[in-house]
Design a protein around this ligand. Sequence first.
Ligand SMILES: Cc1cc2nc3c(=O)[nH]c(=O)nc-3n(C[C@H](O)[C@H](O)[C@H](O)COP(=O)(O)O)c2cc1C
Length: 183
Amino acid sequence: MQDFFEILRHRHSIHRFQQDWPVEREKLMAVLEAACAAPSAGDLQSYRIVVVEEAALIQRLQEASGGQEAVGTAPLALVFCTNQTRAEKTFGERGRKLFALQDATIATAYAQLAASASGLGSLWVGMFESEAVHAGLKLPHEYEPIAILCLGYPAERPQLTSRRKLKEMVLYATTDGVGSEAG
Ligand SMILES: Cc1cc2nc3c(=O)[nH]c(=O)nc-3n(C[C@H](O)[C@H](O)[C@H](O)COP(=O)(O)O)c2cc1C
């Protein structure tokens, strides 16, 4: 079992997957369960996860994503969709505009980390035409796709990316306002 912080540090996007090496059912279920363990506004879980495995549907996702090669090589993709109607019933405008999106996003993040912990490679794809994914998967109208998580065994070493320094990212609040130094 890898340390949680090791998983965070070592996860990097994969842009080429082993097409003939499918993701085991138990790993898929572990990833889905992790996604659904994420917090959500009012515990409503205002999102749906669509499992895509059929090659013809993966191809539709690739086309909807501007032909991104990585998508076409993935043996499995999870499409995370908001359910704004569900969030709106309890939280009104804020639920529809914000919470449904946050719920779906954090579920995607949990799934991606669970995939890493399971030894899978992943790629979060956000550049796609929503309407094309919607139509390609024949989604019910109330679901809006917001992230495609490609999963599979890597067929490449990931490119190591860097992060901005903490001091560029973090502001500390004081009664005088926010600044980059701890108070
Ligand atoms: C909201 C979001 C959208 C993204 N969309 C794409 C995408 O469409 N195509 C792609 O190749 N990577 C996409 N990525 C992956 C990022 O490019 C990648 O996470 C970032 O460059 C950092 O690299 P790392 O994941 O290897 O640490 C997306 C990531 C996020 C969080």
